[in-house]
Design a protein around this ligand. Sequence first.
Ligand SMILES: Cc1cc2nc3c(=O)[nH]c(=O)nc-3n(C[C@H](O)[C@H](O)[C@H](O)COP(=O)(O)OP(=O)(O)OC[C@H]3O[C@@H](n4cnc5c(N)ncnc54)[C@H](O)[C@@H]3O)c2cc1C
Length: 384
Amino acid sequence: MSEQSHPEIREAVRKLCAGFPGEYWRALDRERTYPTAFVKTLTEAGFLSVLIPEEYGGSGLGLSAATAVLEEIHRSGCNGGACHAQMYTMGTVLKHGSKAQKEAYLPKIASGEIRLQAFGVTEPTAGTDTTRISTFARRVGDKYVVNGQKIWISRAEHSDLMVLLVRTTAREDAARPADGMSVLLVDMRTAVGAGLTIRPIRTMLNHATTELFFDNLEVPAENLVGEEGKGFRYILDGMNAERILIASECIGDGRFFIDRSSAYAKARSVFGRAIGENQGVQFPIARNYVQLSAAALAVDHAAALFDAGQPCGTEANMAKMLASEASWAAADTCIQTHGGFGFAEEYDIERKFRETRLYQVAPISTNLILSHVGTHVLGMPKSF
Ligand SMILES: Cc1cc2nc3c(=O)[nH]c(=O)nc-3n(C[C@H](O)[C@H](O)[C@H](O)COP(=O)(O)OP(=O)(O)OC[C@H]3O[C@@H](n4cnc5c(N)ncnc54)[C@H](O)[C@@H]3O)c2cc1C
């Protein structure tokens, strides 16, 4: 998005992030610990509740304002991955929840009293083919009894509630593969140890992601969001916001790398001249800027469509793909520009390099985006 949009928000986020410099993130990275102080500060400043309507205690801003927040966090060298889901996961409750659920949860999510930043969809055997999930919730009286397994569920240990996608009708008994799935709100504070086990997964970045095991976990039936059997559609609804916001994190990462590359190319002198005088060093950085600027326009466009209530599935996907590829290209150049120093922890480049790679895989991998464009937009035959 335009670097000039929402200037007050950007300025305020930059100031906040200045209190969380590279040393803070490096220490967390070494210990694989969660950025509690950073998330608390962002929450208290109201940046994670920008999308919650004012009547529920948020600031009622659009997605475009939220993209400015995440872009600046990432441009500053910080990482919004620890808490970005607090911004958008509540959308499932806001859009499809009952009046009672909205009143019970949204004001507390807005104030930060409740963290809703876990989103449980992916399963080890289903992979991207979500209709093949098998975690099952059986209705017994006024409860659902949940059994199954999820993988890559981020922030589960740092969330009070989780939006969980389950099957309530087996795939083979449903009219269509996408029918028979439902969304439950799981209260993590009571679930852990009472049917829910969380196992952290150590990855190449510090991301607090986990594996979940459900063994007869009881969830009150009143925690069903919307109608039983319609959950897949509710989850798809929320994915556009997620993709656009994550694309804005990529834009922020890309700007971080380009800022660092161009500054170093001007400052570093080898063979008696700035390395940036050599076009072999200068042009890749300029190319990164061109690519990232185009991706930023795509993110802007998708966010504007979202905020206008227009369909934006294709645009959200395309923006995420372009932004994640542009940030990765800028990351690669940044390492190359810094030579050996690109590998030194204290430059923060290798950390950001590892972090930005994720976005070509999660929340949706590039091939699946290309498949969407190839079949839904261009009408070519489906491969699956
Ligand atoms: C750090 C991290 C955090 C995550 N956080 C969450 C979370 O909080 N909640 C959650 O629910 N999930 C989460 N995920 C899961 C993430 O959304 C998935 O990993 C991602 O969507 C890819 O799915 P998969 O890993 O099952 O890959 P698979 O579906 O197994 O695919 C593997 C590869 O094959 C390709 N592929 C598969 N089928 C086709 C096809 N038909 N044509 C062409 N290519 C194909 C894919 O593009 C991919 O590159 C997270 C993942 C990671 C790594």
